[in-house]
Ligand binder design. Sequence first.
Ligand code: NAD
Length: 535
Amino acid sequence: MTTRPPVPRNEPVLSYGPGTPERGELLSALAAHQPEELPLWIGGEPVHTGDRQPFYAPHDHRRKLGEASLASAAEIARALEATTEARASWAARSQAERSRVFLRAAELLSGPFRQRLNAATLLNQSKTIQQAEIDAACELCDFFRFNVSFADGLMESQPYSPPGVWNRLEARPLDGFVYAITPFNFTSIAANLPAAPALMGNTVLWKPSPSAMLSAHRVMELFTLAGLPPGVINLVNGDAAAITQQALTHRDFAGLHYTGSTTVFRSLWGQIAAELPRYRSYPRLVGETGGKDFILAHPSADPQALAAAIVLGGFEYQGQKCSAASRVYLPRSLWTATRERALEILREVTLGDPADLRHFMGAVIHEGAFERISGAISRGLSDPRVTLVAGGGCHREVGWFIEPTLLLVDDPSHALMTEELFGPVVSVLVYDDDRFEQVLRWVDQSDYALTGAVFARDASALAQMDRALRFAAGNYYVNDKPTGAVVGQQPFGGGRLSGTNDKAGSPHNLTRWMSLRTVKETFVPRTGWRYPHQD
Ligand code: NAD
């Protein structure tokens, strides 16, 4: 009997064009949404508490989407106990038995559950349907299916066994629970951070982002429908520092699967280091963090392609992708043509409620993000080293709307060229064509190294950039925008302050959630004790 899982393929991205069935289904799901009371999920049970936090649509901040129960110390302790109670039976299941749950989740998500999760992502995180579809539906199906296939292949490489002996490597989960802390900006990442360790046999405490609680709740509904046993993944909303304190001071803490800002990850690393004497094992730390992602154009680049990359790579999902282009280096000879084409596109771009499917952009995630981004734009506009090229308007009356903003900056070390802003702001530095080598050094001097894109038609320039920028990005794009990594095609992650580069959506990430056991079996054990040299 074979236990090989089905060969994975990427989930097709549906179009939502007028008249398509998916468009009708999405609009019905959006119309059906009523404010919801979201529970915690502990030991497979929804748990409602007296302490609740309301949450709203970012593009319509008076529209209450529901209230979420928050965990007190008692519920956090109960969720940690649930990870312990479920551990032995989940770890004892075969890989095929665990994989079945996630393959079923993928099929449900690809079919009947698709618009439930897409609608939640559109409402809760203000994604257009194109952005919700590639994230909540397609990328999450891909994470489930490809990870199952990667997990299946991981143990194929086995040690050599000489005659009389059978040596083998056995996959085991970590000796404790995994703590998953997730960001608001991708429903798929939020679901994959608890799911990948669970697939490998671990039990998980999951703390979602307070700005994506509706999508996280839907994901728990999906896991439950797919047959995930009680206690394997336990979701707690609430005070991030308090939940983290309880999780990181637990003796069985064995791994952190984190995605979010660099500052938070650094502080978590410090906390874990300080608590090390408490733990039974050395915890695995996987963190994918911030970026200051670049587009670098050589004078031989195509300005039409550059303009499209700037708009799509910089402004889709309001620039709130860790991979979003936010610093651009353009040769003077291409600036006018690139700017004119970018302005032509931006004149047609509209932003608004993403339930109106004509829009290209929605709102930024919350008031704090709005204040941070609009503050940076207004500081830029009063700075003589910065010139406004497009956008700049920030509108807070209905939702947290920020226009796609293109700024010209004349200093490579300006904050707009070096600090992550995480919004629809792209800063452009125009360089003299004969200073290309200098520009390569500017691009490489960043503290971050997540994504980067180079554009050129001259093959020797591409080779030169490839060598000079080898460590400048974990995901490096040639003549393509720096966003839109697809599971199974472009494993994702970066170095420097951008993370531990464990490549989500690849076998490399899964190996972090395993602790191998080596077994040597001798068929006929020896009974003598003397060596020949003793004679
Ligand atoms: P964030 O850092 O504000 O929050 C991330 C998570 O950390 C949330 O669940 C939050 O509640 C939690 N958190 C906040 N303070 C904490 C504390 N003191 N202790 C424990 N947990 C705490 O990030 P965000 O706004 O949700 O997401 C945006 C950030 O994520 C950006 O920096 C972006 O670049 C990064 N990101 C990186 C990747 C990647 O693959 N490299 C992918 C997506 C997002």
